[in-house]
Design a protein around this ligand. Structure first.
Ligand code: BGC
Length: 387
């Protein structure tokens, strides 16, 4: 009898190791979180917390054989943490954020969230489609920023699928944004999939369909610090951006419409440069959209960041035509994040792959219009290694 039980236990453990875990049908208890010492891809589900109305927020953990661990939750489809090894193999969380759901429910600057329906700014919150003028919620002075007052970062996404096996582990989440939400036209069905691979990549794929002509620009708003979250500023990180041009902005950070060469300016990161080397020459710090040399549409290298003390490298490839480089200028020490770390100015940087800001009002910029029958589909790959 005892032997049968023992064999049963061994088989269960082997099944977890060989096939990973799939989401239990709702009603059944979530799988037990696994230990870090997994030698195959794994995916687990646990409860992260509850919304004020009692809605349960799930937390998913994807782990690969090298110990890279990504945690994602249903609130805001947020990437909550990412642990990667430094050059000595020490695992550290390299994303700013919070230890608990309560932190994410405060007014925070988009730590790790999915931003939509339109990431970045739309001037005066207005745009015209097929002759109809739409007015969006304004939440950044007179402008619309990151989807409005209640963007995709502040809604609860639905689990579609979680799976591990072979060379990857993934979690797919969905959200249906209603016609008129924050002022946008059309019911928009979105799906975001986070995939961790055996090759130390975190892929984020975005898909959407609409029933009325609308605009869309989805991204992830991770704040990175490759030395470890909360350890200091990111001014010593070396950045390379695969972009010869950028979109200059006005005082409200709305593109002027011009596309300007970075050559011979402090905006130039075509060769690796520390973020801090010329930041004083850029009013307010970096908060600009770079025009990627690829032009978008094919998977191409957009950025590479190297942190010299730990050797960590983050490489970003994307199908998108632009990338917002934001040097954490508005972090001011007023937020206490994970492990009681205080986030001071420039303690994290964002590299948001995207369409250019205010594209709905800049007809020369690549189009962000999505029509019924069309499929929005884009992907960004984050690759981690050390040097
Ligand atoms: C924007 C910044 C903004 C930050 C947090 C970035 O994407 O470019 O201007 O302050 O998000 O809201």
């Amino acid at each position: 009898m005892r032997r049968t039980k023992l064999v049963g236990c061994i088989l269960a453990v082997m099944a977890i190791f060989v096939f990973g875990c799939e989401k239990q049908p709702s009603g059944e208890p979530p799988a037990e979180p696994q230990s870090k010492e997994v030698n195959v891809m794994s995916a687990n589900t646990e409860i992260f917390g509850q919304m004020p109305d009692g809605t349960q927020i799930d937390l998913f953990t994807l782990t690969n054989p090298n110990g890279i661990r990504a945690r994602i939750m249903t609130y805001g489809a947020t990437l909550v943490s990412l642990e990667t090894p430094d050059r000595d193999g020490n695992l550290t969380d390299i994303m700013l954020g919070f230890d608990t759901l309560e932190g994410y429910l405060t007014d925070h600057p988009y730590f790790g969230v999915i931003v939509g329906r339109y990431a970045n700014r739309i001037g005066k919150g207005k745009f015209t489609l097929d002759g109809v003028e739409y007015t969006l919620a304004t939440n950044n002075g007179e402008n619309h920023l990151h989807g409005g007052i209640k963007g995709f970062d502040k809604v609860v996404w639905k689990l579609e699928e979680i799976k591990a096996g072979g060379d990857e582990a993934f979690v797919a989440l969905s959200y249906v944004s209603k016609d008129g939400e924050e002022g946008y036209p059309g019911n928009l069905s979105c799906r975001v999939t986070y995939t961790l691979t055996k090759d130390d990549e975190l892929k984020i794929s975005y898909e959407a369909e609409t029933d009325k002509t609308t605009i869309i620009n989805l991204t992830n708003h991770a704040y990175w610090n490759l030395a470890g979250q909360g350890t200091g500023d990111i001014l010593g990180h070396e950045l390379m951006l695969n972009a010869d041009k950028y979109t200059p902005v006005d005082e409200g950070l709305i593109p002027t419409g011009e596309i300007k060469a970075v050559k011979d300016t402090p905006m130039d990161f075509t060769e690796p440069m520390t973020i801090g080397s010329r930041i004083d020459q850029v009013t307010g710090g970096y908060d600009h959209n770079y025009v990627l040399n690829s032009g978008g549409g094919s998977m191409a290298l957009a950025a590479r960041v190297y942190e010299p003390t730990t050797g960590r490298v983050l490489e970003i490839q994307t199908l998108q035509p632009g990338i917002q480089f934001y040097s954490g200028n508005f972090l001011d020490g007023s937020i206490t994040g994970k492990s009681a770390k205080v986030y001071n100015k420039h303690y994290g940087f964002c590299l948001e792959t995207q369409h250019y800001p205010d594209s709905p009002n800049k007809l020369d910029f690549p189009s962000v219009v999505l029509k019924p029958g069309q499929k929005y589909s884009t992907e960004t790959i984050h690759k981690f290694y050390t040097e």
